[in-house]
Design a protein around this ligand. Structure first.
Ligand code: PMP
Length: 409
């Protein structure tokens, strides 16, 4: 589907056509996004806001139009709720600083889950260290889903925030964020959703989900690197202090006192990535033109068909283990292989042999070391999809894996 829109997918690696299955790390960009970057720098590159000249005004209009497109993509009530950041990591760090300053004190606790990416662990660990607060972790059940009973037990009067991944970047499993949010809200606790691996793959409506905050990155959804979003309900963003000081986020500055800008600028210190936002807006147009239903169905099928294809390859005495195999997944799944003696074949070895056949997958801990430690392996092989992957990619991947196992088994 739409492979021709992505020039990089015509590249050859080691003389083989590129099969790109590392989309959870970053996606490739369609021609419309590449053109947008060139257009912006070629025709209306000027610093935004407060510029009286034509170029600055055009850049400002485009930047704000992009914000409105992103707001509409996630169903935000208003573009004021969309804060542009550098990406998911930056969004969560900003929230940890701002929310931490506003609400967290000694003896309080923050809840995350066992499947988090480091970006949704370390900022909270740092906050807990600063404030002498406690980080609590929702454990997993045997089938690698979140233990919601344990979660309900750990919420108490000192819980200040719950921050959870919507979709695991290792397993591809979809966490029950709706239930997590309802439970937290019944205790008066707000919830931040790490949407890095969900926003690119599914229709997500923040008002319907009722999350208080949502973090995601443009580069994982066909947009440019260096820009992302911290969505926050307006009520929260009005109350919270800015995480960073500098230009753009101020109303007035004097030696005695500085007052802050209105939303969302209060949270956007310094020159924003206005050309990046323009290109991000074009990426959202691209997604909308294809439609979420088409994307979701296609990507769910890709995961199911790849797992199915792996069941039919000649294993040469090896064994394959797909994590959370029976659970619904979106965009991503992980596996490991064991040789005829039952010993783990190192994921790097599989990744390297796949690469030599033109197939790009990711191996290692995927920035989720606590989860990988829990799985008791040094890493996994992760296969992750985007809307341009197709059955031919699956066929090439399955053949390449079969060959790799023949060599390593
Ligand atoms: N959270 C999750 C679930 C992720 O998959 C990623 C990216 N791998 C991040 C956070 C961090 O995203 P970024 O590097 O774009 O800030």
């Amino acid at each position: 589907m739409n492979k021709n829109d992505f020039p990089i997918l015509r590249e050859m690696v080691y003389g083989k056509p590129l099969v790109y299955l590392d989309n959870a790390a970053t996606t490739q960009k369609p021609q419309v996004v590449l053109d947008a970057i060139t257009n912006a720098y070629t025709h209306f590159n000027a610093n935004i806001h407060r510029g009286v000249h034509k170029l600055s005004q055009t850049a400002t209009v485009e930047h704000e139009a992009a914000r409105a497109k992103v707001a509409s993509l996630i169903g935000a009530k208003s573009p004021n709720e969309v804060v542009f950041t550098k990406g998911t990591t930056d969004s969560i760090n900003a929230l940890a600083i701002s929310f931490g300053e506003y609400a967290v004190n000694e003896g309080d606790n923050i809840i995350v889950s066992a499947v988090e990416h480091h970006s949704n662990i370390v900022p909270w660990q740092m906050l807990c260290q600063r404030k002498k607060a406690q980080l609590r972790v929702i454990p997993l059940t045997n089938d690698l889903s979140l233990d919601l009973d344990a979660y309900k037990q750990m919420l108490d009067q000192r819980t200040k925030l719950v921050s959870v991944a919507h979709v695991s970047n290792v397993l591809g499993t979809i966490n029950p964020v709706r239930e997590i949010i309802e439970t937290a809200h019944s205790h008066g606790v707000p919830v931040c959703v790490d949407g890095a691996q969900s926003v690119p793959h599914m229709r997500l409506n923040v008002q319907d989900l009722n999350c208080d905050f949502l973090a995601f990155s443009a580069h994982k959804m066909y947009g440019p690197t260096g820009i992302g979003v911290l969505y926050g309900k307006e009520d929260w963003l009005v109350k919270l202090p800015p995480a960073e000081g500098g230009g753009e986020m101020i109303e007035h500055v004097s030696w005695e006192k500085t007052t802050y800008n209105t939303l969302p600028y209060k949270f956007e210190a310094g020159t924003p990535d206005f050309n990046g936002s323009y290109a991000f807006g074009k990426a959202t147009d691209y997604i909308t033109s294809i439609g979420w239903e088409t994307i979701e169905t296609h990507e769910r099928n890709l995961v199911a068909e790849t797992q199915q294809a792996m069941r039919h390859i000649h294993l040469n005495g090896c064994r394959l283990h797909i994590y959370a195999e029976q659970q619904p997944k979106i965009g991503t799944f992980s596996f490991n292989a064991y040789n005829h003696n039952g010993a783990l074949i190192h994921p790097f070895d599989i990744g390297t042999l796949l690469d030599r056949q033109g197939v790009a997958v990711r191996t290692g801990h995927h920035c989720a070391e606590p989860l990988i430690n829990l799985l008791g392996v040094p890493g996994t092989v992760r296969v992750s999809f985007a809307l341009y992957n197709d059955e031919n990619d699956i066929r090439i991947f399955a053949n390449a894996l079969e060959k790799a196992l023949t060599m390593l088994g």
